[in-house]
Design a protein around this ligand. Sequence first.
Ligand code: NAD
Length: 494
Amino acid sequence: AKHGNGNSEYLEKIPDVKFTKLFINGEFVDSISGKTFETVDPRTGEVITLVAEGDKEDVDLAVKAARKAFDHGTWPRMSGFERGRIMNKFADLIEQNLEELAALDTIDGGKLFSLGKEVDIPSVSSMLRYYAGAADKIHGETLKMSMELQGYTLLEPVGVVGLIIPWNFPSLLFFIKAAPALAAGCTMVIKPAEQTPVSALFYAHLAKQAGIPDGVLNVINGFGPTAGAAISSHMDIDKVSFTGSTEVGRLIMQAAATSNLKQVSLELGGKSPLIVFDDADVNKAVELALLAVLYNKGEICCAGSRVYVQEGIYEEFEKKIAEKAKSWVVGDPFDPHVQQGPQVDKEQFEKILYYIEQGKKEGGTILTGGKALDKKGYYIEPTIFTDVKEEMIVVSDEIFGPVMSLMKFKTVEEAIERANNTKYGLAAGIVTKDLNIANRVSRSIRAGTIWINCYFALDRGCPFGGYKMSGFGKDKGMQALYKFLQVKAVVTPI
Ligand code: NAD
């Protein structure tokens, strides 16, 4: 790949951030091996910049810095109120650099610039503020154990944590993990995804400007089997919080089990159902279904990619969703009229096209879409399959792209059974005006989030995470803060 014209202009606007380096102990440093890799703009396939390729030795250095900051530094020892003050400063700096940060995620990952500006980056700063406000409200309990004994509990930070994140929400997922970990008083080594390594370095720089002490927040770019595996198998990391595929989640758990039995929390894949009942407003349901599968170009773990529509409205729904999907605007993510940008990289682009071919081979009918756009970059048409069932891989596998399976059902029981017929359990959507049905189905579906008459209604305070093979350990909300704390009981005779 050759260096693109116009890509590096976004990086040159931020001369203090060294995109070709790692961030260890408060400094931008070269990787020990001196190796680098290319990160590519999915709009063009051209290189944005070279990025330092961290490996085991770099992870070791970052863990040493994090350990020193944890065992001897001020961060875990200062008051929660003071940590919160610094985290709010961090949020201020992020807000001041909102456009630049959004642009970095757009050139690196193909995310709509408007989405970055209006959703991702504002959510990052509000997440920091949410946990900043919680940092001085971490309290233990007092226990009257018997006439002779009393005790109390201390909630202490877990220690040095490894945070491994994927590429679909490079900013948001960084802070879903880093914000509660910071509030708890942990120190950390963060490994961004190799597809989207740039914005994390800007955040590291801003963390330092905000006054987060050296060694508390380290960023190691690099690949999963090397830098990632070095984190999950490290003997001096106390916990790994991972977001990514179910396959890699399993490797992380194995590495934790065979190293130091570090704690793990896993946010993994999904293949979430959206169930539309006969009494639904068809136009609204169509809009919701398109949002559920096309938001962030389908690159979202909780995408509603299996859509079940009850037979009474099925024909009308199918006709309307085909029309709407055909007029969906795919193109340059900086263009404000565009609804869907390019897929993150060539590998993901080819994987999605492979699944579309498989779906056809298995006997599925393409209602709309089904191919790449005839232009440079990794653009794919919104694609809807009909005549499919749960056994087909296009319905059972997570595709992570703009591909929907549209299916018809008769009864509530059938909908519940088919919705649950998956190894995943991340989310589900229900569209109905009938409260009894909505509540009954909500209870019967084995998934971590249920959206009734909405989809992707996410909030920093609302716990998010999977059932079944979608993982365990919630992100967001107070539950995520407790994930980075451990309980010590202190007992004394009276
Ligand atoms: P991935 O699992 O391949 O990679 C995710 C991260 O893990 C990357 O940083 C990667 O470098 C690292 N990694 C890869 N191999 C590793 C190893 N052996 N040891 C340690 N780290 C390793 O996932 P992906 O394909 O990049 O991302 C898409 C997946 O992420 C989808 O399955 C999606 O559902 C999931 N996801 C889940 C959530 C959630 O909250 N549940 C959110 C976003 C994405």
